[in-house]
Structures are given as C-alpha cells and as structure tokens.
Design a protein around this ligand. Structure first.
Ligand SMILES: Nc1ncnc2c1ncn2[C@@H]1O[C@H](COP(=O)(O)OP(=O)(O)OP(=O)(O)O)[C@@H](O)[C@H]1O
Ligand SMILES: [Mg+2]
Length: 512
C-alpha cells in the first residue's frame, strides 16, 4: 500500500515537473506568460507537495519499521526474560534444595555431635582434650565430677590451672604429641593405706590435620586394685592355710601323747592318789621322799613347763585347724550389737589384767546402731574375732614406745552400723599404728612383731578366715605409724544371705 502511495507521489512529481517545465515551453509566446507562470507556480507547489508527501510517507515508513523492530525486540526481550525467569526459578529451586539439604545435614551433624557427646560424657573415664600448648579443648562429665569445674569454666584455660592434681607433667604431654605415640602409665598411687587411690593414665595424640593435640584419659582403678589385693591375699591365705592345717594334723597326735603323758606323770607322782601310795609300798619306796626329791630337783616344775608349753601348742594347733574347717559351722541369725556388748563384758577382765602393768587402761567408746538388722553366722566365731582385735589393740598400747606425755589418752572406738546393705563393725585404736611393711603381712599365719612367747601370730589370720571364708565378709585394715589402727569388718545381712543362697541354689538347679 505504501508502495502504491509512493507510486502516486511520483506521478504527482512528474506532473508537477511537467507543469513547471511546460510554461517554459509556452513562454516562447509572450501572451502565454501569466498562465505559464501560474502553471509553473502550481507545478512547483505540486512538486513541493509531492516531495512533502514523499518525505512524510518515508518518515511514516521509517516510523512503522521502527515500531515493528521495537515490537520484535519487545517479543524477543519478553522471550528472553521468560527464559531467564525460568532459569532463575530453576536456580532458585536448586538453591532451596541445597539449603534444605544443608539444614538436614546440619541437624544430622548436631545429632551425631550430641550423641558422641553423650557417649563421651557417659564414660566413667576422665577425658580431657588439650592443644600442644596445654589449653583445654574438651572436658567431659567425669572431669567435671573429679575437679568440680564445669566445661564453661575449664575450656580454653591452661590444663595446669584447671587440673593441678593431674599426675602427669605438661612436658610429657607435649613429648607425646610430638612423638605421635600413645603414652600409658598404669597403677599410679596417691596417698597411703586405705586412703590410697590408684589411677591408670593414658595420653592419645590426635593425628587429624585440623586437630593437633591430645586426649588425656584417667581411670580410677582403686576398686579393682583393692579387689585384686584381696584376691591375692585370699590366695596366699588359702595356700598357707592348707599348709598350716596339714601341719596341725601331723602335730596334733604326738602333742596329745605328750600332754597325756605329762598329765599321767603328774597324777602318778601325786601324793593325793591312794593308788600311788599302794604301789610305792609294794615296791618299798617312800612316796613322800620321792615326792620331795622330785620337787627339790624341780622335776615338777619342768613337768609344769612341759604341760604349759604343750597346752600352748595345742591352742596353736587348734587355731591352725580353723583353716581346714569348712564353712559348715552352725550358722544362725544373730544380733551383732548384742554380741559386741557381750564380748565387751567378757573381755573386761582380760583388758583390765593386760593393762594393769603400768599402762593406762584404754577407754572403750561404743557407737552401736540400735536398729542394725541381724546377720547370719556363728556368733561364737565373731566373738572370737572381736576379742582378737580388742586384745591386739590393748597389746599395741602396751608396746607403745612413744612418750606418754606426747601420746594422747588411749582410746578404742567400737562401731557397728549399716552401710550399703552390709553390717559394718569397726575397731579403731589410737595406738602406735603399723608401718607399711608390717601392715602388708598381718593376716599371714604366724606373722607377729611380738617377742617370742608373747604372740603366736595367728590371731589375725584366724580372724581373716572366720570373716572371709566362714561368713563371706571382708576385713580390712587402715593403719599409719603414730596414727593408730582401724580394722573394718563387713558382714552380709541375714536377708541378703538368704537371697544370695536362694539365687545360688536356683542357678545351680537350672544348670542340671
Ligand atoms: N591394733 C594394732 N596396732 C598395731 N599393730 C597391730 C595391731 N593389731 C595387730 N597388729 C600387728 O599385727 C601382728 C599380727 O597380729 P596377730 O593378732 O595375728 O598376732 P599376734 O597378736 O602377734 O599374736 P596372737 O594374736 O597370736 O597373740 C601383731 O604382731 C602386730 O604387730
Ligand atoms: Mg593377736
């Protein structure tokens, strides 16, 4: 259509040009000038109009083209925007997925971290993480329990400040980290006697690139060491006991013969028996003279010595035979407090006698729980144990070589109470105590520090057997030189023994 308009435009142009040119043709005649001028003007106007139209038409055409191009551009732009929007949406979705994934991973990580934390905290071992310069990076619950410092108070601080009692130096920790080889130190002892604590210590160097340092682990093995010591002691006592029992059996018969013989000699030389006078008369011997002779030559004295020594040996032998006796003594329920009181009444005389020789009689202070449940066993044997321990305490005061002015008044504490489902009996004196060397051997048969003839060294070994073998209890000693001695006996209660026996017989029944 535009082309058609242009065509018309050009026709007008030609017409205009012709109108301009033709007057020039006509102008050759003078009369035709005005008309020719008019036509020329009209022609020029036509030419101008045509040129104007053509210009306008061109600009319209250009306008249209520009609008079309603009429209095209707009369509393209919209398409590209849609495309971009789509791609942005996709990226956005991917990002959202990624964020969700990260969040899930983070939750999982936190859960795993919490789980690992709870595992570490649930462990009874003290676990401490440190950097090579000794700054604390990890502090578990056991460490908190041990030191009283919570993780907030310990983390980031020097180990030597927060755990000064740690039985290892910072140099060893640094050396272990540098070497990369774990360090282990077992059975570290702190304190003495029953206050002694045993620890196993390990240092594990951390080898991860991100974490250079070490983990220090501390295990309290006091209970294990005590049980091991008791087992060793038990083993030793068992073998020594068997040996002693064998010897006792062997000695028992000849000893009986000796004692019997002495008794017979004493009876048959006695002036009080008519039968002796009769036989002497038959033989023409003066019994009274013979008696005087024997007396003068101290034969009766020697016989008395033989009898005394024999009876003493018999006592030792009967004590030694305690080892071989099985756990078949008549066991019954009894009130431990009543037995303690009864033993004290019985021993009153003995203690008085033993303390009379220039020594002060020790005060006996009793702290006996009135509501102690009954225990099961042989009351007579327990009484024997209490007597042995009381006698030892009194004898310890007698042998006390400390300056009397400096040493405190002799006191024996006798306690009976309930602790963790067991009846506890404690006999404590403030006497001279024992050295570590003596303390280690006191439960061994025939171990004594007393002079020959003063002690057999069987009192505590027999007591040990009575408590551990016959009563399934425990006996422990706590003693320090110059600080006194405390024996602690634990006996199972009657209901627990019943329960133990029932469950034992049930389990052995089910194995059949
Ligand atoms: N309370 C105590 N204080 C200090 N030492 C003690 C005490 N009890 C026991 N001992 C030490 O333990 C050792 C062994 O004691 P144990 O009762 O077995 O034998 P003993 O008293 O020497 O002889 P026995 O009891 O046969 O008369 C004693 O010789 C003594 O050195
Ligand atoms: Mg004794």
């Amino acid at each position: 259509m535009n082309a058609c308009r242009l065509k018309h435009g050009f026709r007008f142009l030609w017409l205009g040009l012709w109108l301009v040119w033709s007057p020039a043709v006509w102008a050759q005649e003078e009369a035709a000038w005005p008309a020719a001028l008019l036509w020329a003007v009209i022609g020029l106007l036509l030419v101008f109009q045509t040129l104007l139209i053509i210009g306008l038409q061109r600009s319209r055409l250009n306008n249209k083209r520009a609008r079309n191009a603009l429209r095209q551009n707009k369509v393209e732009l919209e398409a590209r925007i849609a495309e971009r929007t789509e791609s942005l949406n996709q990226t956005n979705q991917q990002l959202q997925d990624e964020v969700a994934h990260h969040q899930a991973t983070e939750i999982l990580l936190r859960e795993t971290q919490d789980y690992l934390h709870s595992i570490i905290n649930a462990m009874p071992s003290v676990l401490i993480g440190v950097t090579p310069d000794g700054t604390v990076t990890h502090w578990n619950s056991a460490a908190e329990l041990e030191t009283g410092l919570n993780p907030e108070q310990a983390l980031g601080r020097p180990l030597t400040e927060v755990y000064p009692a740690l039985p290892i130096s910072m140099e060893t920790i640094t050396r272990t980290i540098e070497s990369g080889v774990p360090f282990v130190n077992e059975n570290i002892q702190e304190g003495q006697g029953s206050n002694a604590r045993y620890t196993d210590l390990s240092i594990y160097p951390l080898i991860a690139v991100q974490a250079i340092g070490a983990v220090i682990r501390l295990d309290d093995i006091t209970m294990r060491v005590r049980i091991e010591n008791m087992m060793i002691q038990n083993e030793k006592m068992m073998s020594l006991g068997e040996l002693a029992a064998g010897m006792a059996h062997e000695i028992n018969n000849p000893l009986s013969t000796v004692l019997h013989g002495v008794q017979n000699i004493q009876r048959r030389t006695s002036l009080e028996l008519q039968q002796n006078h009769k036989v002497a008369r038959e033989l023409g011997v003066d019994l009274e003279q013979l008696h005087q002779y024997l007396n003068k030559r101290r034969v009766f004295h020697f016989l008395e010595d033989i009898r005394e020594a024999g009876e003493r040996s018999m006592h030792i032998v009967s004590n030694m035979l305690e080892f071989s006796r099985g756990n078949n003594r008549a066991h019954e329920q009894f009130d431990l407090v009543r037995i303690v009181q009864h033993t004290l009444e019985l021993s009153d005389n003995t203690l008085n006698l033993q303390s009379s020789q220039g020594h002060r009689r020790p005060d006996i202070i009793t702290e006996l729980a009135p509501d102690l449940p009954p225990v099961v066993g042989s009351a007579a044997e327990i009484q024997q144990v209490i007597l042995n321990l009381l006698r030892n305490a009194v004898q310890a005061f007698q042998s006390d070589e400390r300056d009397e002015a400096q040493s405190t008044a002799p006191v024996i504490h006798l306690r009976a109470y309930l602790e963790r489902g067991a009846a506890v009996l404690q006999i404590e004196d403030n006497g001279p105590g024992m050295s570590e060397d003596v303390r280690r051997h006191i439960f061994e048969p025939f171990f004594t520090t007393k002079e020959v003839g003063q002690g057999t060294g069987l009192g505590l070994s027999v007591s040990y057997f009575i408590i551990t073998e016959h009563h399934s209890g425990t006996i422990e000693v706590d003693s320090m030189p110059d600080e006194g001695t405390c024996f602690t006996i634990r006996l199972p209660l009657a209901d627990r023994t019943e329960h133990h026996r029932t469950s034992h017989s049930l389990s052995s029944g089910s194995s059949l």
